[in-house]
Design a protein around this ligand. Structure first.
Ligand SMILES: Cc1ncc(COP(=O)(O)O)c(C=O)c1O
Length: 261
């Protein structure tokens, strides 16, 4: 038995040993193909099966409704702090509401501020981010383009026990550090996003689950940031992080085989 230690730190986290062993087994010859997943064309039938399998496993584990696209992107959750307002804001006079609960919501705020007005509708900064503000205390703006929350605050350890209901206003959530840790009703979100490295697989893959009606709001985007284009291309506008997506698929198989989310 290999000597294994458990890394509880932020950043890349422990992966199931059986996942790593399976990856080792398939490292140089993926299922008789004569190559590593790292070496195969991302457009080959074999790779299309790998990415398709990862998506369908995620859809079934998270019960993702049909009107949502699943994107496997790059740049980490940090790039989404910029990509989300870029996709959803069409006019710099628009406002978004943000619930400020820690370091990561601050980064979402700073990125959004470059593109629009950000109303901090509630904050737990007054007590060192030791709590999640009650939804009843939110001071929302009149017509926000969306409301942003961080479902779990890495560093502070606070987590939404209940996902807020935001009615017609899209709820956008950074779930980097609690995705798949418990069932989440995806239909409550406009966008749910997460860097993969804590709960889903290795760093280098970023998951974005986006409701279809939010695609194409802004047509003036660099292609790599354009969710509509990425959805049309099946996350393959350019070369996706092929090996990371393969490992993510193995993690999802492991989750499924251990009873689900
Ligand atoms: C809640 C949360 N959001 C965003 C990030 C940044 O993620 P990335 O490193 O994938 O950009 C982290 C990283 O720790 C995080 O915990």
């Amino acid at each position: 038995m290999a000597h294994r230690v458990h890394n509880f730190s932020a950043g890349p986290a422990a992966l199931p040993l059986s996942v790593l062993e399976k990856a080792r087994e398939e490292m140089t010859d993926y299922r008789g193909s004569g190559m590593s997943v790292m070496e195969m064309s991302h457009r080959s039938d074999l790779y299309m099966e790998i990415i398709g399998n990862a998506e369908s496993l995620l859809r079934s584990l998270m019960n993702i409704p049909e009107n949502y696209k699943v994107l496997f992107l790059q740049g980490g959750a940090s790039l989404q702090f910029h990509a989300i307002p870029r996709n959803l804001i069409t006019d710099p006079n628009q406002t978004i509401d943000l619930i400020h609960t820690g370091v990561w919501s601050k980064k979402a705020l700073q990125n959004a501020e470059l593109l629009c007005t950000v109303n901090v509708a509630a904050s737990s900064e007054d007590r060192g981010f030791c709590y999640i503000p009650e939804q009843g205390d939110w001071r929302l703006s009149r017509n926000p383009a969306y409301i942003h929350i961080t479902t779990n605050n890495t560093i502070y350890g606070t987590e939404y026990a209940v996902i807020p209901e935001t009615g017609e206003v899209p709820l956008v959530a950074d779930a980097s550090s609690n995705i798949l840790s418990k069932p989440m009703d995806v239909s409550k979100f406009g966008i749910l996003y997460a860097g993969a490295q804590k709960n889903l697989g290795p760093s280098g893959v970023t998951l974005v689950i986006v409701r279809e009606d939010l695609l194409g709001r802004n047509s003036d985007l660099p292609p790599m940031l354009d969710y509509r284009l990425q959805a049309e291309k099946g996350s393959m506008f350019n070369t996706p992080p092929t090996y990371g997506i393969y490992l993510l698929g193995l993690v999802l198989e492991w989750v499924r085989d251990h009873g689900g989310v």
